[in-house]
Write a protein that binds this ligand. Sequence first.
Ligand code: SAM
Length: 281
Amino acid sequence: MANETQKTYWNEIAGPKWLGLGGAMEARLAPVSDAVIAAAALQPGEHVLDVGCGAGFTSLDAAQKVGPSGHVLGVDISHPMLEAARELAAREHAGHLEFAFGDAQTDYFTPPANVFISRFGVMFFENPVAAFANLRRSAAPGARLAFAAWAPLADNVHWAKPLAIVQAQLGPGTERAHRAAGPLAFDDPDYVLAILQESGWSHGEVTVQNLFLRGVSLDEEARIACTMGPSGALLDEKHASLTQRETAYNTIRAALPNYAQIVPGGVRLAATIHLITATAP
Ligand SMILES: C[S@@+](CC[C@H](N)C(=O)[O-])C[C@H]1O[C@@H](n2cnc3c(N)ncnc32)[C@H](O)[C@@H]1O
């Protein structure tokens, strides 16, 4: 069975942690959704597949674009994330927005999609070429793809700085295999372009996009850095004690004014993503 490690991780660890932040991740990543939706150029009546939809916020944005004559299916391998997504669709009375458990690397989805979208849901495959080739099975002729992935860590100080702080405090983590499944697996545009080509997608492009993430507050950002991303993962790997976590939180919180700007209604953090686009032949 494909992606078993990621299934366990997103069901038992990362999904509950993400949801435990109570919507902060969604607010933070809303500008990334906007970039994906703009790149997808969705039209009323289109059928959309949101790959690794998580709690469904990008799926909802897409449903608003395609309207009730269209349809959005969000697929994910995490039951808790899907439960939150279904609650969101019910709250928003979005009848043309549905969610299903499914592994994008192996499963077949209907109806055939005119457009595939994803906000950070495509970097976790054991075999990315197999996954991208598999998605084509569920594609309508000429289907488009618009995915967001993180650019390199060095271009994302909002993750790099907290990671450096936790490394200085607790030591480095286990070295990861090159391009192992994880948030930074698609940080090399040439590698992504090769995946698109090998999996049979046409007109593949990777556009580097700078944007600002939308934080709620500096306190909340420090909490996110101690929970998610490379710094949160390192704290977990080191089995950090409550005292060690408190130290990490305080150090990150003290550093945050150096890389986050306070703006009306919250904070903003510079970030860089890769926007991946292609079409099915
Ligand atoms: C970083 S989260 C992003 C969630 C959502 N797209 C968002 O931006 O809020 C990555 C998501 O991809 C899902 N995922 C990972 N591997 C997957 C696979 N093989 N098939 C479907 N979903 C997968 C995870 O369960 C998780 O919900």
